[in-house]
Each structure stands twice: as structure tokens, then as C-alpha cells.
Design a protein around this ligand. Structure first.
Ligand code: DMJ
Length: 641
């Protein structure tokens, strides 16, 4: 019988272990047993070795590991080990155990001491009174403010100051006029002193509640609008202590890094205009520096697809937007069109053309646009560059755009012919479509709305009497007399709107409708909020004609303001000029000090105070000097363009 060969599973044949004579199955079994025995011997030797090692090798648990995680803690006599990745990991070996314990202890003590010290300091803080803590915070704050001031109030490049003529004086020879002028000065002091006492640092004053007030055009800011707006009036009235007081407040407190959404137009005409005028009159650099700082904050408002600025900008974030009520998200003509004077002066004073470019861009864009009937609509969309609703007015929403075209020309020493042409074209269209004579013979300026003329004139539009008179000289062929006459007619109509009320103060707007002439009809239009436009027109007409009626009308208005608007805490607007027992609105507007009282004071001063061939008043009555641009390299001069 044959034994089957041993076949591995893989199929490869394993050769038999050849230890002697030819192998038989019995022999093969004997050899396997001896192999097992040898293996067993090796295994037991290995186990014995491990057992010995267990008892005789050193104890690894005696190695200690300190992970301090600090690179700068120094432990003496320790071996950091070469190539250790974390220099804060140190190995301390067993033989130095005692010393290491001491080291540990030392570290623990140090940590404990540090904690106790911090605890003591905290307790010390808590022991301090509120006042002490407040004083400490104030000191810190002052330090920061001082540092910022040094950084911010960097000097601007020197520029030739234009010829400044007639910044004081104007004393009238006539004693009656002198007295009247003194009375206006006393009214200014009453308005200022009460603001100083009850509203200092706030934008405006509530003269009855005797506290600060801020209109929404200045957002939530407290930027002392009344101080800035009033400065130049104080200066020309010779109220120098008050002027200095205002200057100090501006130096120490006027800060534009506020998280507040403000009107670009209002901030420009009141703050930048006010600061620039204060600078030119007093020569104090701080006003110029503040004006430039503020202008920088307004620049983000111009970041629109067309370069037509937003109505509002957040002074901190630079985010702009338009008024919710403005037609289809539009910007307003009287707002983006009333930046030119101030921005030209900023470029002149800084040598930085950015301001000039912004306003010239607006002008160029307007110049290229189609105008229905030659009229500029009040609304323009800054995203699309298209007109909004076709509404044209020389009062609110349109007014100072026309004023600034004329004044751009005057301010350039009559070299900016482009501005003059735009003014002349616009005024011709206005005269053709908006100016009418009532049945009773009163010339008025209506408003163009949805294709027809609304026979309503706003108090704001009364400024145009002065504008027509101011623009008479230099107007197209033989029309100077005509425009002076037109200015006088508007002055007469606006005087009528005052004269036909119980308080002898003008309503916000008045109608020409059948038997109704120069009278407000709706209750919501009967208020007077200390506005200047009518008095402004009297003053211009006085300067150009010296007709005593303008002084007389101005004096009537001053007496009415004194009688019905004066309260012990300042001056207030009234809600209904047709009611002989007035209700006050409890707001002393900043423009009352900037404009109304200034124009009254100038009306009773000689023409040598701020002569009109050297000064141009911005729309908030801040005088800015004529710039002889023909002699400068500033490209406002058409010769350079
Ligand atoms: C002033 O802030 C300015 O005169 C502006 O142009 C229009 N309105 C007010 C005063 O009424």
C-alpha cells in the first residue's frame, strides 16, 4: 500500500526533512517531537529573561514631566533635551528629586503671590469712590483727546489770504439807526446767553423748557450747531468775549467722529460755512482745520453711481442714503446744488482739488441734462442720473441751487462765466413759467407741479427778492434795471405776507387764489419759525437802493419778533401768525442767530461793513471772501480749465 504524499494547501510540494536513511512515516514523527522540545526551551529562557528585567531595570515612573507652557520660566539644573520641540517642556530626572520638589514649591508660591497681588489691586479699585474712579477715567480720556488733537490738528499748507475788507465797523451816523442796531445786538445777546446757560453744546435751544434740542437734520449728534452758526454774527457785532467762549468750546469739544446720520447740505451750510467765515474773520487756524476735518467726513456721501451725493451720511461709517419722502429715492436739487461755495473755499485753503472736483462734477452733469421747459426739477436720482418727479420751485427743495450759481460767479470775481450762464438761463425759464402777478398786483413766484402752476409761494422763496437784486449787475442785455425791479416786487409781496397777519410776522407759505392774496389758508402753513428770508431780501434791496422803506420794514419785523417770539429763556417760533395770542413752538433755531439777527444788524449798519464787492454770503448768511481766481492756479478759473 502506498502512503499519499503530503501536499500543502498551496500546491507546492515541501521537501521532507532529510536527517539520515530514507525516511519512513515513523521516523518523521520522532523528529517533530524534538523540534517542539527545542522551541519550548527557547521560550522558557526568554520568559526568565523578561522576569529578571522586570525586577532589575530602573523604575520609569520615577521620571517626572513638567509642562509649564511658558518659554520664559527658567528652571536650574534641568535637562531640556536636545531637539525638544517645546522649549517649555522640561524633564527632571529622579536623582535630583529633592531639588525639583523645592523648585515646584517655589513656582507654586510665586503663582499664589501673583494671585494675591491681583486680588489686592481689584479690592483697592472697589474701595475708591465713584468720583475718584470717574476722575481717573476722565484723566485717561483727556490724555487720549490731547493725543488725538496733536495728531488731527496738523497744520494745513499756507495760502495767500484774500483781501479782507470791512470785517468790522459799519457804525451808522444817524442816532436812531444806531439805537436800532444796538437793540438788535441786545437781542443777539439774549439769544446767545440763554443758549449758553441752558443749551450749551447741544445743537439748539428749547427756550421755554430751558434745555437743549436737536433737529433731525443733525441726527443724534450734539455738535453745538448754534455755537458754530452764531460765531461770525458775534464777531461782526463786536461780542468778542462770547466769540472766544465759542472758539474754546470748538477747540475742546467739537468732534466729528460721531455715529450720527446728518444732512450733508445742512452740515455744509451751517458748519463748514460757519467755520470758514469764522476763520476768515478772525484768522484763527482752528476754524479752518475743523472745517477741513468735517469736509473729509462728508466726502463718502459722493460715492454714488453718478457722483450726485446722498442727502444724508453717517459721519462715522460714511454710509449714505436719501430721505424716505423724496421722490423715487432722489437727491434734492437745493441740497446737492448748494455745496459749491464752501467746497471751492476748501480746495483753495487746502490746495486739495478733491472738493472742487466733486462740485464741478455735479455742475457738468446738470449742464448736460434735458430740462423740461428749461426748468430744473427738484429731484434727481443719484443711482440712475434721471430726474424724479417734475416739480420745480424757487422755495424749498430748489431755492439755494439758483442762489449758488449766481454766487459761484460772484465769488470767482466774476470769472466763472459758466455759472453765470447757467444762472441766467435758469432765471429766464423761472420768470417765464413761475413768476406771475396777482389780481391785486402782487408779483409772486409759484411752483410748477405735475404740469401746472400752483399759485402758492413759500417764505423760503422770499429770499429770491435779494437774489434778483444781487444778480442785476452783470445780467444779460439791459436787464439790470428789470431784475432790480423784480427783486423790489418780491420784497413788497413778502412784506404784504407779513403785514396781513395779526403778529406782523410771515407765514410759512401763502396763496394767491381768487380773493385770497399773500395769506396762508391751511393751518399747517401758518407758523413762523424765526426764518430770515424776508429780512435778507430787505437788506439786499437796502444795499442796492438805499430806499428807507426797507429799513422800516426790517424794523417792523424786529419789533414783532421782540414782542411775540421773545421769552425769558431766549426766542421761540410761533405756531399761528394769524392768532393774536401766539402759541410758541419752543425752538430757537440756529439760523436765527446766524441769519435773521445778522441781516437785521447789517440793515442798520453802514455799507462799509462786509461790502458786497468783497464778500459773498453763503445761504446761511456766512460771509466768504471773493477769491480772485484769475490769479491762482486753482482750476475754478476757466482760463485754466
Ligand atoms: C437756512 O438754513 C438757510 O437759509 C437755507 O438755505 C434755507 N432755510 C434756512 C432758514 O430758513
Amino acid at each position: 500500500m502506498t502512503t499519499p504524499a503530503l501536499l500543502p494547501l498551496s500546491g507546492r510540494r515541501i521537501p521532507p526533512l532529510n536527517l539520515g536513511p530514507p525516511s519512513f512515516p515513523h521516523h518523521r514523527a520522532t523528529l517533530r517531537l524534538s523540534e517542539k522540545f527545542i522551541l519550548l526551551l527557547i521560550l522558557s529562557a526568554f520568559i526568565t529573561l523578561c522576569f529578571g528585567a522586570f525586577f532589575f531595570l530602573p523604575d520609569s515612573s520615577k521620571h517626572k514631566r513638567f509642562d509649564l507652557g511658558l518659554e520664559d520660566v527658567l528652571i536650574p539644573h534641568v535637562d531640556a533635551g536636545k531637539g525638544a520641540k517645546n522649549p517649555g517642556v522640561f524633564l527632571i530626572h529622579g536623582p535630583d528629586e529633592h531639588r525639583h520638589r523645592e523648585e515646584e514649591e517655589r513656582l507654586r508660591n510665586k503663582i499664589r503671590a501673583d494671585h494675591e497681588k491681583a486680588l489686592e489691586e481689584a479690592k483697592e479699585k472697589l474701595r475708591k469712590s465713584r468720583e475718584e474712579i470717574r476722575a481717573e477715567i476722565q484723566t485717561e480720556k483727556n490724555k487720549v483727546v490731547q493725543e488725538m488733537k496733536i495728531k488731527e490738528n496738523k497744520p494745513l499748507p499756507p495760502v495767500p489770504i484774500p483781501n479782507l475788507v470791512g470785517i468790522s465797523g459799519g457804525d451808522p451816523e444817524d442816532s436812531d439807526i444806531r439805537e436800532k442796531r444796538e437793540k438788535i445786538k441786545e437781542m443777539m445777546k439774549h439769544a446767545w446767553d440763554n443758549y449758553r446757560t441752558y443749551g450749551w453744546g447741544h445743537n439748539e435751544l428749547r427756550p421755554i423748557a430751558r434745555k437743549g434740542h436737536s433737529p433731525n437734520i443733525f441726527g443724534s449728534s450734539q455738535m453745538g450747531a448754534t455755537i458754530v452758526d452764531a460765531l461770525d454774527t458775534l464777531y461782526i457785532m463786536g461780542l468778542h468775549a462770547e466769540f472766544l467762549d465759542g472758539q474754546r468750546w470748538i477747540e475742546d469739544n467739537l468732534d466729528f467722529s460721531v455715529n450720527s446720520e446728518v444732512s450733508v447740505f445742512e452740515v455744509n451750510i451751517r458748519f463748514i460755512g460757519g467755520l470758514l467765515a469764522a476763520y476768515y474773520l478772525s484768522g484763527e487756524e482752528i476754524f479752518k482745520i475743523k472745517a477741513v476735518q468735517l469736509a473729509e467726513k462728508l466726502l463718502p456721501a459722493f460715492n454714488t453711481p453718478t457722483g450726485i451725493p446722498w442727502a444724508m451720511v453717517n459721519l462715522k461709517s460714511g454710509v449714505g442714503r436719501n430721505w424716505g419722502w423724496a421722490s423715487a429715492g432722489s437727491s434734492i436739487l437745493a441740497e446737492f446744488g448748494t455745496l459749491h461755495m464752501e467746497f471751492m473755499h476748501l480746495s483753495y485753503l487746502t490746495g486739495d482739488l478733491i472738493y472742487y472736483k466733486k462740485v464741478m462734477h455735479i455742475r457738468k452733469l446738470l449742464q448736460k441734462m434735458d430740462r423740461p421747459n428749461g426748468l430744473y426739477p427738484n429731484y434727481l436720482n443719484p443711482r440712475t442720473g434721471r430726474w424724479g418727479q417734475y416739480h420745480t420751485s424757487v422755495g424749498g427743495l430748489g431755492d439755494s441751487f439758483y442762489e449758488y450759481l449766481l454766487k459761484a460767479w460772484l465769488m470767482s470775481d466774476k470769472t466763472d462765466h459758466e455759472a453765470r450762464k447757467m444762472y441766467d438761463d435758469a432765471i429766464e425759464a423761472i420768470e417765464k413759467h413761475l413768476i406771475k402777478k396777482s389780481r391785486g398786483g402782487l408779483v409772486f413766484i409759484g411752483e410748477w407741479k405735475n404740469g401746472h402752476l400752483e399759485k402758492k409761494m413759500g417764505h423760503l422763496a422770499c429770499f429770491a427778492g435779494g437774489m434778483f437784486a444781487l444778480g442785476a449787475d452783470g445780467s444779460r442785455t439791459d436787464k439790470a434795471g428789470h431784475y432790480l425791479e423784480l427783486g423790489a416786487e418780491i420784497a413788497r409781496t413778502c412784506h404784504e405776507s407779513y403785514d396781513r397777519t395779526a403778529l406782523k410776522l410771515g407765514p410759512e407759505s401763502f396763496k394767491f387764489d381768487g380773493a385770497v392774496e399773500a395769506v396762508a389758508v391751511r393751518q399747517a402753513e401758518k407758523y413762523y419759525i424765526l426764518r430770515p428770508e424776508v429780512i435778507e431780501t430787505y437788506w439786499y434791496l437796502w444795499r442796492f437802493t438805499h430806499d428807507p422803506r426797507y429799513r422800516q420794514w426790517g424794523w417792523e419785523a424786529a419789533l414783532a419778533i421782540e414782542k411775540y417770539c421773545r421769552v425769558s429763556g431766549g426766542f421761540s417760533g410761533v405756531k399761528d401768525v394769524y392768532s393774536s395770542t401766539p402759541t410758541h413752538d419752543d425752538v430757537q433755531q440756529s439760523f436765527f442767530l446766524a441769519e435773521t439777527l445778522k441781516y437785521l444788524y447789517l440793515l442798520f449798519s453802514g455799507d462799509d461793513l462786509l461790502p458786497l464787492d468783497h464778500w459773498v454770503f453763503n445761504t446761511e448768511a456766512h460771509p466768504l471772501p471773493v477769491l480772485h481766481l484769475a490769479n491762482t492756479t486753482l482750476s475754478g478759473n476757466p482760463a485754466v480749465r
